[in-house]
Write a protein that binds this ligand. Structure first.
Ligand SMILES: C[S@@+](CC[C@H](N)C(=O)[O-])C[C@H]1O[C@@H](n2cnc3c(N)ncnc32)[C@H](O)[C@@H]1O
Length: 241
């Protein structure tokens, strides 16, 4: 997978690219991330890439020609171009799974008032990371990159990402590590029993319970097995009393 990021602040990305799992994925050639300084495509003096807004209005808008030229250079027929914008569809794990199967992604980061709307003609998809407005698309681009890269086979253990919250719809069950007791707070006995089937059942029930308690909005989006439906009904009948 290759990710190209078009930004006026490439320096934002250095610690992200040089730390932990993302750094290792790059070193192992599981992903290539290239940063492209939009100012290298500037048409104005002093590498200026923004200007005032037609029709009036506060702030500056990023110009269309630098993006056009950058995309002309970077795009191939297999490229998926994403613009980070608060106007996009809100990002979800399901989208991360789909994007992790792409060969080449270009992420476009806006800044200031955003980007001249003519760029929309070259975008495959607009994505928002949530219903709030940030100063720039750099943090959203890191969020997308991180969530996509960790799903690329070989980056982390597949079993680990498959069990993650939201991956199959449910939130993940509670997890514990050593020590098994501290200041009167104990690890549930069942997890130390060595009885795999019982542990698996407990975890499944906990996943469903947590999702019902913390994110009931997710439940209607989950394709449940008969067993999961039955557990959910039991939980509802107990907790709704
Ligand atoms: C201040 S915002 C521009 C907002 C724009 N004037 C509007 O009202 O839609 C500047 C840039 O930050 C990025 N951005 C801000 N909030 C975002 C969000 N929730 N998701 C993704 N990108 C965001 C976008 O790249 C955007 O072009």
């Amino acid at each position: 997978m290759k990710i190209d990021i078009i930004t006026i602040f490439p320096e934002f990305f250095q610690p992200f690219l040089e730390t932990s799992i993302i750094k290792r994925a790059i070193e192992q050639n599981l992903v290539t991330i290239d940063l492209h300084q939009l100012r290298d495509y500037a048409h104005q003096k002093h590498n200026k890439i923004d200007d005032t807004i037609y029709g009036g209005g506060v702030g500056m808008l990023m110009q269309f020609p630098p993006f056009y030229d950058a995309l002309e250079k970077l795009r191939t027929k297999n490229t998926h171009v994403i613009m980070l914008t608060p106007q996009g569809k809100v990002y979800k794990q399901k989208k991360a799974i789909k994007l992790s199967q792409k060969k080449h992604i270009i992420l476009i980061c806006g800044h200031y008032e955003g980007i001249d709307a003519r760029v929309d003609n070259f975008i495959d998809e607009e994505i928002s990371i949530g219903d709030y407005v940030l100063t720039g698309g750099e943090i959203p681009a890191m969020i997308l990159s991180d969530s996509i890269i960790r799903l690329i086979p070989g980056v982390i253990q597949q079993a680990s990402s498959e069990e993650d919250s939201l991956q199959n719809g449910w939130l993940k069950y509670p997890q514990f590590t050593k020590p098994d007791s501290y200041q009167g707070f104990d690890v549930p006995e069942i997890l130390k029993s060595g009885h795999h089937k019982n542990i698996e059942n407990w975890r499944k029930r906990q996943s469903i319970l947590k999702t019902y308690q913390k994110r009931p909005d997710l439940i209607k989006t989950i394709k449940m097995t008969d067993e999961e439906k039955q557990i959910l009904d039991e939980i509802k009948s107990k907790t709704d009393k």
